[in-house]
Design a protein around this ligand. Structure first.
Ligand code: OSB
Ligand code: MG
Length: 361
């Protein structure tokens, strides 16, 4: 049986980006159960279409109307992708079910997901993504994060809150591994402001321009020294190839739930590495379910930079999974149990559930 549960988990602290402030993680969890196997996945969408056009409602619409008919628990992820390809876009909806197949398939083989994927280092390098707040607050968070062992600090920026926060961090902490994520807050009119960011020697500037503006990123890349990282723009394999061939990108942030799942992620990672482009695995404030997928993929030897996947406790006091990740010396290891290696705390899930039910018998 394929079913879903829509949960709303309060965040430990609010998460502010240029596109809005999140107080809760509103996640759709997909569950597959037969006699032997129990598998789980998570759509990376939120209730609002602010990060991308997809949101939790469009995911449920596409799953119910189209993907439920295509999905069978026996199929290989590639077969699912082939059948789902007639539906345009909606890679977050497709990704949720594609990833579920990776959990099912690795559980059938009795292998942890990261071993099932192959070419793994066995651990993920971890960076932190810090939401916008006051400069004093952020300085305090950076100090704590460095103490905790995070290997890279990423701060969210927007117009009017960029040079200020980056200067303050550089002044206080010197040349720590630092990056900035604009979540599409700038336009081609802002190239002079963005040029100022060069003096901070960032690892990369993430998604400065609207996601459709690949050409704009290519133009900006010629104007500034700071490497350009794309997140929202990389919605598919085709989008990744377009960005690479347009010379619009130095670094790619892969979120498997955004590109239609693991098969596409690995494909993009291989294409990126073949063109000398750095790769890291991002996050969308996932619960323990999505977090486990991210950590498994982030342990791939195709990954060249620290990712965004923190231990669960950074975001949640209580998570829907019984197992949670811990970080040591800035690394997190995937679980050794079969598949994604997490089980669901059903009592807590039901407590946090907004709606749920079966999709296919
Ligand atoms: O741009 O990477 C992003 C969270 C929600 C939506 C977009 C983004 C993010 C993050 C959080 O940066 C990363 C994480 O999960 O820790
Ligand atoms: Mg981002």
């Amino acid at each position: 049986m394929l079913s879903y549960s829509k949960v709303s988990l309060p965040l430990v602290r609010k998460f502010k980006t240029s596109f809005g402030t999140q107080l809760t993680r509103d996640a759709i969890i997909f569950m597959y159960q037969d006699g032997e196997i129990e598998a789980f996945s998570e759509a990376v969408t939120d209730d609002d279409p602010f990060y991308s056009y997809e949101d939790n409602s469009t995911v449920m619409y596409i799953v119910r109307k189209y993907l439920a008919d295509i999905f069978t628990p026996e199929m290989e992820p590639e077969k699912f992708n082939e059948k789902a390809s007639k539906i345009r876009g909606h890679n977050m909806a497709k990704g949720a079910l594609e990833m579920l197949l990776w959990d099912i398939n690795s559980k059938r083989e009795g292998k942890p997901l990261y071993r099932f994927i192959g070419k793994s280092r066995g651990y993920a390098e971890v960076g932190i993504s810090i939401g916008m707040s006051s400069i004093d607050d952020e300085i305090e968070t950076v100090a704590q994060s460095l103490k905790m062992g995070y290997r890279r600090i990423k701060v969210k920026i927007e117009k009017g809150f960029d040079v200020q926060i980056l200067s303050a961090i550089r002044e206080k902490f010197g040349n720590i591994p630092l990056s900035a994520d604009a979540n599409q807050a700038y336009s081609r009119e802002d190239f002079d402001t963005l040029k100022e960011i060069d003096k901070f020697n960032l690892l990369y500037l993430e998604q400065p321009l609207p996601l459709e503006d690949i050409r704009g990123h290519a133009l900006l890349r010629k104007k500034i020294e700071t490497p350009i990282c794309l997140d929202e723009s990389i919605i598919s394999t085709e989008a990744a190839v377009n960005a690479i061939e347009s010379e619009a990108v130095d670094v790619i942030n892969i979120k498997p739930g955004r590109v239609g799942g693991f098969h596409n992620s690995i494909d993009i990672m291989e294409k990126a590495r073949g063109n000398g482009i750095d790769v890291w695995i991002g996050g969308m404030l996932e619960t323990g379910v999505g977090r486990s997928y991210n950590i498994s993929l982030a342990s791939s030897s195709l990954v060249t930079m620290a990712g965004d996947t923190s231990p669960n406790s950074r975001y949640f006091n209580e998570d829907i999974t019984n197992e949670t990740f811990t970080m040591q010396d800035g690394i997190i290891k995937p679980f050794e149990r079969a598949g994604i290696g997490v089980s669901i705390n059903l009592k807590f899930l039901k407590k946090m559930e907004k709606e749920g039910g079966r999709i296919i018998d």
